[in-house]
Write a protein that binds this ligand. Structure first.
Ligand code: FES
Length: 96
């Protein structure tokens, strides 16, 4: 089973393949905002991927444009709602 570790919260969860980081956070009641309801339209679900980026679905052009427009695009940045875990472990950090 794929695994998501929320580094700065000290929590780790096994998830079904294809689960997004946001879906996992909502299921576990973790503090990850999602103002647009997970529709790639707000950036409030912004996360940093500390390791395992290769285990996530790739970034779409829409996600990239949104992060860029909000000056949040760097090599660790993703949107939690658009980051689905395919396999292995992903370590993420929810920004303060
Ligand atoms: S919840 Fe709005 S972009 Fe992810």
């Amino acid at each position: 089973m794929p695994k998501i570790r929320f580094e700065n919260l000290g929590e780790s969860y096994e998830v079904a393949p294809g689960t997004s980081v946001l879906e996992c956070a909502i299921d576990q009641n973790l503090p990850l905002d999602h103002d647009c309801g997970g529709n790639c339209a707000c950036t409030t679900c912004h996360i940093f991927v500390k390791s395992g980026m290769q285990n996530l679905t790739p970034m779409s052009e829409d996600e990239k444009s949104l992060l860029e427009a909000n000056e949040r695009l760097d090599e660790q940045s993703r949107l939690g709602c658009q980051s689905r875990v395919k396999s292995g472990e992903v370590v993420v950090q929810i920004p303060e």
